[in-house]
Write a protein that binds this ligand. Structure first.
Ligand code: AN7
Length: 352
């Protein structure tokens, strides 16, 4: 088997790079597409269910797919520093790829609202981490303002290279399934990823690699459901801190993806997200972060409302690793009390 070269080289005909480009990569991509008939059965979902586990990327989220290209281009263009606003995963990826490229990275995060693992990543990779007394949407406003005045490169998904890199996940799914799925279910925060997937599927169709397109099903958290409710949410709230975003940048593009694909943008409640989060972990062995579970929660919700043909292939995108956010896991599942270190007590606790 050949060595996987990362998403830029793996899909270079579809990427805006030349042979001379010096690619900054952590060999991201090529993540598992896991068939989970037992989960579908347990949940009473009569369809062919798959999980695209992008938590298996080098920094533990799908952000690596776009960051490899954004940072490659930033370095190629002679930039000395990259900057982003982030609910956590973008900051972790920017910090890691910045370290790999030898660029300074600056990340603005909402103070107190970023998962522990993501903060640890940004810090250990040496980013300048600036927690702000405000939410993600405010952080992004500040970053845009800074980029208009100072020589730093924006690596939020407003940067088109981020989307170009992230579309690689759609390509991989087509190869892994042998064809596109009927439905692609995905969490929506800033709406960059749903935009990227839709672009990827369309490019593969135009290139004659596939001959159908999936319905795009995007799911927001109910407390941050700007697109679903068609209004900016000034103070978004959700347990899924990654998608705690009240004014998504790619709003119109997400609406277009849903409309053109005959799909939908819907919301799922925090309790639906947490239920799907626990089910994924306990029934499949996949630990995804809460925001990621919005895709499964959404499929459960929508299949109660509309019926699909039984052989429909549905791919739930799991965007980030559960280890990013250990605190939410502990809030959901109590830590066990220690027992006396004796055979009797341990066997008693083990229930064998
Ligand atoms: C795990 O890191 O916006 O709809 O700043 O971390 O493309 O925004 C993260 C978003 C879904 C939503 N799942 O994707 C950030 C950030 C996880 C995420 C999303 C995010 P978009």
């Amino acid at each position: 088997m050949e060595k996987w070269p990362g998403v830029i080289r793996a899909f270079k005909e579809f990427m805006p790079v030349s042979e001379e480009s010096e690619v900054v990569t952590l060999e991201e991509g090529n993540t598992p597409l896991i068939h989970v008939p037992e989960l579908a059965g347990e949940l009473g979902l009569k369809l062919e269910l798959y999980l695209k586990f992008d938590g298996a990327n080098p920094t533990g989220s799908f952000k690596d797919r776009g960051m490899t290209l954004a940072v490659t281009k930033a370095r190629e263009e002679g930039s000395q520093a990259i900057i982003c606003a982030s609910t956590g995963n973008t900051s972790a990826a920017a910090a890691a790829y910045g370290a790999r490229a030898g660029l300074k990275s600056i990340v603005l995060v909402p103070a107190g609202n970023i998962a522990l693992g993501k903060l640890a990543q940004a810090l250990i990779h040496g980013a300048e981490v600036i927690p702000i007394e405000g939410n993600f949407d405010r952080a992004l406003e500040l970053v845009r303002e800074i980029c208009s005045r100072y020589p730093v490169t924006l690596v939020n998904s407003l940067n088109p290279y981020r989307i170009e890199g992230q579309k690689s996940a759609a390509f991989e799914i087509c190869h892994q399934l042998g064809r596109p799925p009927e439905i692609l279910a995905i969490p929506v925060g800033n709406a960059g990823n749903i935009t990227a997937y839709w672009q990827g599927f369309q490019e593969y169709k135009t290139a004659g690699r596939i001959d159908s397109l999936p319905e795009m099903w995007g799911f927001e958290a109910a407390g941050a459901a700007a697109i679903t409710r068609d209004r900016v949410i000034a103070e978004p709230e959700t347990v899924a801190s990654a998608i705690r975003i009240g004014n998504p940048v790619s709003w119109e593009k997400a609406v277009e993806a849903a409309r053109q694909s005959a799909g939908l943008i819907e919301e799922v409640s925090d309790s639906e997200i947490l239920e799907a989060y626990r089910e994924l972990a306990s029934l499949t062995g996949i630990f995804a972060e809460p925001a990621s579970a919005a895709s499964l929660a959404g499929v459960k919700k929508m299949t109660r409302e509309k019926s699909l043909p039984e052989d429909s292939r549905v791919v739930c995108v799991l965007t980030g690793h559960g280890l990013k956010d250990p605190n939410t896991a502990f809030q959901e599942i109590l830590q066990p009390e220690p027992v006396e270190a004796s055979l009797e007590r341990v066997v008693e606790r083990a229930g064998i």
